[in-house]
Design a protein around this ligand. Structure first.
Ligand code: SF4
Ligand code: SF4
Length: 130
């Protein structure tokens, strides 16, 4: 068969096939097992050893002492490559990945998420400048 004939036959076949893609974001696909999304930090478990900071390949995580045996984590979601190395490095299991992945935004400052005892994003760099 000539190449225009091959293309025409592929075209006709694909007209009757179900699409391989979905109409995202109107339709959502399932999350694969082991998916690594936005990180979660539990300030109650953190002992401030900074192993997560040391092992992070992109410098996306910073652990700060904010009180007596009290630490907060700032994670720059724009720098994070979602490798979960910090999760593996944390012997206290204070870091976890979640299934949250819709994190895009126009303001890079808003990608710096602060986790502390008050919760996720309790204070951002932007807020502290106000
Ligand atoms: S490795 Fe775990 S315990 Fe150590 S500073 Fe990081 S989050 Fe805290
Ligand atoms: S998931 Fe990877 S890139 Fe993101 S903060 Fe942890 S170690 Fe760094």
């Amino acid at each position: 068969m000539s190449w225009p004939g091959k293309i025409a036959s592929q075209l006709i076949k694909s007209l009757f096939k179900k699409p391989a893609t979905i109409n995202y974001p109107a339709q959502k696909s399932g999350i694969a097992e082991g998916f690594r999304g936005k990180l979660k930090f539990d300030s109650k478990k953190c002992v401030g050893c900074k192993m997560c900071m040391r092992d992070c390949p992109t410098g996306a995580i910073e652990i700060r002492k904010i009180g007596d045996k009290e630490f907060e984590a700032e994670i720059n979601l724009g720098k994070c490559i979602y490798c979960a190395q910090c999760v593996d490095s944390c012997f206290k299991k204070a870091l976890e990945t979640t299934e949250e992945f819709e994190l895009a935004g126009l303001d890079p400052e808003k990608l710096k998420v602060v986790f502390n005892a008050k919760g996720d994003n309790a204070r951002t760099d932007n807020d502290s400048k106000k």
